[in-house]
Design a protein around this ligand. Structure first.
Ligand SMILES: [Zn+2]
Length: 284
């Protein structure tokens, strides 16, 4: 009997990535060049789903993003098509701040089945509450759809003007009606982002990459710097996530640190399942 598996499953993984092969290898090339990470995981949907299902994940979210204008529509359609033939996949949508008709790009994606929005602030050069994406945020509010941001400074964006706690606070103050998640525990400003999760009902964090057993080696962050108590107290605002398949280590390492903490069972159910369900607005 695998007790770790029992504690983890059934799980939701609200932070993975599926891209068409060419785009995925371009993204991986950049990550390898800039962060030195090497990736062994297969990228095809069926192969990713096999890894997830084996681990006990029932449902997962794929987060798209585009670094250039006029790419989002095609990528959103592609991902929604992938979801149509999957039992497990919840597709999110993306839009570029320089797209024409930002609001309609998002509306079309939601009508095609996308269930949330993703912004990769440093790659897309967009601040969380950037006026250029105001219409996109309004459409998300209209559809009661959550928005996941890469809004922190990790792993190589400490000098970037589109990320950080200050800009994220502007989002939280301006859009209290939106459910928003800052990925990667808000690294490297985890104290500030944990405070947001404590203070704002609409603020969520995911553990992706930051809480893996490999976080120290891969991004110079010590997951042990976040105490058990934070997860116990804020389990309704923090959810597990993985970045699969773009992780330079086996999938199990993404949850092993959290499972090694001996957290209360209720906390684990929140982290690995219930908080993501609430965030995504899935029925019980
Ligand atoms: Zn990611």
């Amino acid at each position: 009997m695998d007790t770790d598996q029992d504690t983890f499953a059934p799980a939701i993984d609200p932070h993975t990535h599926l891209f068409p092969e060419g785009l995925m290898s371009a993204i991986r090339d950049v990550l390898t060049e800039e962060a030195g990470w090497e990736f062994d995981h297969p990228v095809a949907r069926s192969a990713v789903e096999e890894i997830l299902a084996e681990a006990g994940v029932e449902t997962y979210v794929a987060l798209p993003y585009v670094h250039r204008p006029e790419m989002a529509r095609d990528l959103n359609s592609w991902l929604c098509e992938q979801a149509e033939v999957s039992e497990m996949l919840i597709p999110f949508a993306t839009v570029h701040p320089e797209d024409e008709d930002v609001g309609n790009v998002v509306r079309e994606a939601f009508e095609a089945g996308a269930r949330g929005l993703k912004f990769h602030c440093p790659v897309q050069e967009v601040a969380p509450a950037d006026p250029r994406i105001e219409e996109a945020l309004a459409v998300a509010a209209e559809y009661d759809a959550p928005i996941t941001y890469h809004g922190g400074t990790a792993p190589m964006f400490e000098d970037n003007h589109y990320v950080g706690a200050e800009l994220f606070a502007e989002l939280l103050d301006s859009y209290p009606e939106l459910r928003v998640c800052c990925a990667h525990m808000g690294t490297y400003e985890t104290d500030a982002f944990v405070e947001f999760a404590r203070e704002y009902d609409n603020a969520y964090l995911d553990t992706t990459f930051a809480m893996s057993t490999q976080a120290e080696q891969t991004m110079g962050f010590d997951p042990g710097s976040i105490p058990d108590e934070t997860f116990v107290k804020l389990s309704e605002s923090i959810m597990y996530g993985s970045d699969l398949p773009n992780i330079p280590y086996p999938y199990r390492e993404e949850r092993a640190e959290l499972l090694g903490r001996d957290l209360p069972e209720e906390t684990c159910r929140d982290l690995f399942y219930r908080t993501a369900r609430e965030y995504l607005g899935l029925p019980e």
